[in-house]
Unconditional design. Sequence first.
Length: 256
Amino acid sequence: MDLSGRVALVTGASKGIGKATAQALAAAGASVIATDLDAPHALAEEIGGGAMSLDVTNEQDWIGAMAAVESEAGGLDILVNNAGLFLMKPVTETTLEDWRKLHAVNVEGVFLGCKHAIPLIAKRAQQWAGGGSIINLSSVAGMVGSALVSSYNASKGAVRLFTKGVAMEVAPLKIRVNSVHPGIIETDMGNDLVQRFSGAMGAGDNETRSALSERHALGHFGVPSNIADAVTFLASDKAAFMTGTEMVVDGGWTAT
């Protein structure tokens, strides 16, 4: 999966899946701009890329980021919309503020990323066999429902269908758009999920972790590199005939 000569931007790159994805894209040869609310300079130094502060809910931040990428990196070929929030509350206890904050990051952030990156990616897409590539991070929660996470279900389901619509729209520009749907991954967000389910179940963290692990057919959580490898594949020419689809990397969660 050779990405030499390509420029990639990853949101939410300070830790977890975003950090692993930035590392994997760089290892495949891409020049990577790692972004987060606080610019991840240490990661940028590690991978020989760039770092940028980016609030994915702020349209002016996106406009500024795309201008900086074009002037400093010469353009953009790959966008990974990874930044996201998790919410676990009964729908009757979810406030409108909760709902709006979740959707601002998980849905509006993806919309703004696509809106402002597409013109830039289109300028260079023809030079690659697989064209330009946008990868949106959704979740298994964007495919199947779960109690207590209905708002999160809604946000990640929106990412799934938004991805398909945009893919149809930009195919003539030789840009591919796909979504990735992780199961539970060993990250801060994954640990937070375990703790929240522990509280809801009235069980200990170890008992809850065991129960959630068993929901995956493979019997364990994934690790960030499992998702990063999937993203790198979708970014590469190896996935040249894939667009508007979802790549499920969930250890069998949705197969049961």
